[in-house]
Design a protein around this ligand. Structure first.
Ligand code: MD3
Ligand code: FE
Length: 216
């Protein structure tokens, strides 16, 4: 860790340690929000948001798209990273520079130097959408952290343990909050409770979440 923790083990103002390796940077992306939302709109214009189907045959309530060398996809065949958008057969749009800059800055704050994501999953939640408890384990090397950015309407994030049956903590995630998940927290179960209706000045009736990963 850099200087995030003082000698008493207390986190720096504006940062909250959820568990070992999981650090919330409250409001870290507020200033970049306009640039990030513009980048999301550009990605969505090339690779439209879509509700993918799980291997079990359920359509996800969260709409997703990707940018980067690889994108996370699911269909009846399973979960995986794919270099081509299955809807278009073309590569995903490149990772926009504002996303790369934010991932680097947030990772450095959490003590990860040289984190260079090659994939960003963009999730769009409309009121009623949710993400059930899961692990992110389709990436090649779990030593790399994941950096997540929340934009727009607030959501309640669930943060559990390594076993699906472990107790879960509820954590509110608001516009501009960034979380770095690494080390012992990289494989924890997590999810997002059903998004409540509301209106956000930056996004309207929706929440976006960016998760930047080193997938390949
Ligand atoms: C903890 N997204 O895309 S972000 C996902 O708000 C995902 O859309 C949620 O879970 C969302 O896979 C949560 C927080 C998050 C992201 C990745 C993690 C927490 C994580 C990976 C490992 C551990
Ligand atoms: Fe996840």
């Amino acid at each position: 860790m850099q200087d995030l923790f003082d000698l008493s083990g207390e986190a720096q103002a504006g940062t909250e340690s959820l568990a070992e390796g999981a650090l919330v940077l409250h409001g870290f992306a507020v200033k970049q929000a306009t640039a990030l939302l513009a980048a999301i709109a550009e990605v969505g214009a090339v690779a439209p948001f879509r509700r993918m189907v799980t291997p079990g045959g359920y359509e996800m309530s969260v709409a997703m798209t990707n940018c980067g060398t690889a994108g996370w996809v699911t269909d009846r065949k399973g979960y995986r990273y794919a270099r081509l958008d299955p809807e278009s057969g073309k590569p995903w749009p490149a990772l926009p520079p504002p996303l790369l800059a934010l991932a680097d800055a947030a990772a450095v704050m959490a003590g990860y130097v040289g984190f260079v994501p090659d994939a960003c999953l963009v999730n769009r939640y409309e009121p009623g959408a949710r993400l059930s408890l899961h692990q992110d384990r389709d990436e090649a090397d779990y030593r790399h952290p994941i950096v997540s950015v929340s934009l727009g309407l607030p959501a309640t994030f669930q943060f559990g343990g390594l076993k699906r049956s472990d107790p879960v903590k509820k954590v509110p995630l608001r516009h501009g909050d960034v979380v770095v998940w690494g080390g012992p927290s990289r494989l924890v179960h997590h999810g997002v409770l059903t998004l409540k209706d509301g209106e956000h000045p930056a996004t309207g009736r929706c929440r976006f979440n960016l998760t930047m990963r080193k997938a390949l």
